[in-house]
Design a protein around this ligand. Structure first.
Ligand code: URA
Length: 189
């Protein structure tokens, strides 16, 4: 089994898809390596590509706000993405780009062993939950898969574009808190 540092080294040198050609930085993910809760987005945007850190732009600001809302610090969770390099002009990652990159995320899951995975948006949900996943029907509903509780919610960037998504997004975070406390009470990791 690799360590997260070793994996990050592989990602930094990765050229398994064409996204490496235009990247400024790879964005491996960051946070508590022992986190109970792991958040997974789609892929780096402009700010993340500049800094090499996941969710630091406006969508990241909303993620931080939602975490504060439930009394959890960013440093206590782990934050990663489906693809580790920025798709040009923030387009959706292509199937072959996700297929090339997903193994890194699988290793991150194996090392961190989160009890809860929160899929931020449809792209993370389709890749982690099921290829026929529909965010409009399945958001906010827990899935228990391979002994991990998975909650799909909106991508924070989608919430920033559509204020009608704010209330369900914040209520999903309350649900994350509730489930986390329930798991701690019943024995934790
Ligand atoms: N959007 C994502 O999906 N991930 C990031 O890291 C930033 C924006």
């Amino acid at each position: 089994m690799y360590t997260l540092n070793q994996l990050n080294g592989f990602v930094k040198n990765c050229s398994k898809c064409d996204l490496y050609k235009e990247r400024n930085h790879t964005v491996f993910g960051q946070g508590n390596e022992n986190a109970d809760i792991m958040f997974v987005g789609e892929g780096p945007g402009y700010y993340e590509d500049v800094e090499g850190v996941a969710f630091v732009g406006p969508a990241g600001g909303l993620l931080t706000k939602a975490l504060n809302h439930i009394g959890i610090k960013r440093e206590d969770v782990y934050i990663a993405n489906i693809v580790k390099c920025r798709p040009p002009n923030n387009r959706n990652p292509l199937k072959e780009e996700m297929a090339a990159c997903i193994q890194y995320l699988r290793y991150q899951f194996k090392i961190i062993k989160p009890e809860i995975i929160v899929c931020l948006g449809a792209i993370a949900s389709v890749n982690i939950i099921d290829s026929s996943f529909k965010i409009s029907k399945q958001r906010g509903k827990w899935i228990h898969k391979k002994n991990v509780w998975i909650l799909p919610t909106f991508h924070p960037a989608a919430v920033l574009r559509d204020s009608a998504k704010e209330e369900p997004f914040f209520s999903d975070f309350l649900e994350i808190k509730r489930k986390h406390e329930e798991l701690i009470t019943s024995g934790g990791k």
